[in-house]
Design a protein around this ligand. Structure first.
Ligand code: NI
Length: 516
């Protein structure tokens, strides 16, 4: 299965080299009157564009949440080759989690094989996920991919299902014998909507569409309708956006496979999601890491650990007088963040955490503890997309969703934001946020060595510095106590960003404290 997905990803990239412009410009939902396919009479499918996209890859975010899902992250913060891959690890869904891990690893390997670092037009891979079905024992996960190859961008998505003992994909919901028929119906419906169609063709040749292309993202509603979400560039040109084809239940029921009927029954039942979790089978990240970014995994939630000592005192410090330096940690919180908090608290060292909104949702206890411990929680967007490639509306959503989640969990608000990869556009400065960059880059994501991270943190640090690290790497967590001790020995006072910079101005970009 891995090979097939990797191959399909690679083929897709080469087949549809289309401009990014308009990638997210989706028209309002419309309903088409479609001619009946002569080969399969019955209720006509409905075609609509998806709602205004706000997710990482143009998909509307799902509000379905499943307790206990952990997250594995593979983050490469190279500004010339941007990689952010996040995938779920679900308790009791070993097969599903491992199928997703295999697919994600293949996708990242294929990306790293296809593209080289390019500072002028950095390639970008962003993989996110959301729950699309959670009923009875059935869990459905949509994996969303945005891939930018240096000249063009491509979104794609696919759904994986599991019920604790069996694992399958969206295409598997449709009986083999019905796939040609459903492909013809989807293409007819898309065509009737006024979109040129690509295909169908029998063999996946360029310009042709196969059932596999069309059926990567198939879900079933409580009413029994089958919803086919088309990749951009699958079935219709890229410029047609994210098309959704709904096949009414009366027509769809005869097309379902046995697995499809299982999903339909689970969704129709309305039962809460419940899968048995063997007591000895706690989820693990499982999947191998790929590329220089490496992987980290989040274990299932554990009871909050008390801090090793009392909170860091919110001492009033005057950085106009003292030699101040701010430690900052991006991309978390993750499974190692609690341990990092322990060491910061015991050293009496406040720090600033630029968190991903989706990770706040997974680890609310850790984020609440940050604030209780005297740390500052700030915004690193929801999906870790390169903000230069998003519209103003999409950028605002990335920032605002995260800000709302931080406030929900901590009761505090912030206008401090660090754009992923330090990459921002002029419009980013209009979002009401102060943009906090850094002047000391440990490159901890790349060196993955406590010794190298330490020497890079200390080599060029000076009064007013902002040091960039990531709390998702074990080597970083290991390095921090030594870095803190060395900075203190040199007479530095460790502070948060608000302590370092004082009141900041929305729209202004800061790399360090520059004036007395
Ligand atoms: Ni980051």
């Amino acid at each position: 299965m891995r090979g097939r997905f990797a191959m399909r990803l690679g083929v897709r990239v080469r087949r549809w080299v289309l401009p990014l412009v308009g990638a997210f410009l989706i028209t309002n939902c419309t309903t088409a009157s479609t001619p009946t396919d002569p080969t399969t009479p019955g209720p006509t499918p409905r075609v609509s564009s998806t709602d205004a996209p706000t997710g990482a890859t143009g998909m509307p975010p799902s509000e379905l949440a499943v307790a206990g899902i952990a997250v594995a992250q593979s983050m490469g913060d190279d500004p010339a080759l941007k990689v952010s891959v996040r995938r779920p690890v679900a308790p009791g869904q070993v097969g599903l989690s491992s199928a997703i891990a295999g697919w994600a690893t293949s996708a990242e390997s294929a990306f790293r094989g296809d593209y080289v670092a390019n500072p002028e037009a950095p390639p970008e891979l962003n993989v996110g996920w959301q729950v699309v079905t959670a009923s009875g024992p059935v869990l459905g996960i949509r994996m969303e991919t945005f891939e930018f190859g240096g000249a063009s961008g491509q979104t794609s998505h696919r759904v994986f299902y599991g019920d604790g003992s069996d694992t399958w994909t969206g295409a598997d919901l449709i009986a083999e014998s019905a796939r040609a028929s459903i492909l013809a119906r989807v293409l007819a419906a898309v065509s009737a909507q006024g979109h040129p169609t690509l295909g169908p063709g029998p063999s996946g040749e360029p310009g042709e569409t196969t059932a596999q292309d069309v059926l990567s993202d198939v879900t079933i509603t409580a009413a029994g309708d089958v919803v086919v979400l088309l990749d951009q560039g699958a079935a219709a040109p890229h410029s047609s956006g994210n098309l959704r084809v709904t096949i009414p239940s009366a027509d769809a029921v005869g097309m379902l496979s046995e697995r499809g009927r299982r999903v339909a029954q689970a969704v129709r039942s309305g039962l809460p999601y419940a899968v048995s979790v063997p007591s000895s089978a706690a989820p693990t990240a499982g999947g191998p890491s790929a590329g220089s970014g490496g992987s980290t995994a989040t274990p299932p939630p554990a009871p909050p650990t008390p801090p090793a000592s009392g909170p860091v005192p919110a001492a009033s410090v005057d950085c106009a007088v003292l030699k101040c330096v701010a430690l900052t940690f991006d991309d978390g919180p993750g499974p190692l963040t609690g341990r990092l908090l322990d060491s910061l608290v015991s050293a009496g060292a406040p720090a600033t955490f630029f968190v991903l909104g989706q990770n706040v949702r997974i680890h609310p206890d850790v984020v609440a503890r940050m604030v209780r411990s005297g740390m500052v929680v700030a915004n690193h967007t929801w999906d870790h997309r390169d903000l230069k490639r998003l519209t103003l509306e999409e950028s605002r959503s990335e920032v605002d969703r995260t800000a709302a989640e931080i406030t929900r969990v901590t009761g505090t608000s912030t206008i401090l934001m660090r754009p992923p990869y330090g990459s921002y556009a002029p419009q980013t400065t209009t979002l009401g946020q102060s943009i906090i960059l850094w002047d000391v880059d440990t490159e901890d994501w790349k060196n993955r060595s406590a010794a190298v991270t330490t020497s890079r943190a200390l080599a060029t640090v000076r009064s007013g510095s902002i040091i960039l690290m990531h709390d998702i790497h074990a080597s970083t967590v290991e390095a921090v106590p030594g870095i803190v001790a060395a900075l203190k020995a040199r007479g530095f006072t460790l502070v948060t960003i608000p302590q370092l910079l004082g009141s900041t101005t929305p729209g202004k970009v800061y790399t360090r404290r520059t004036a007395g």
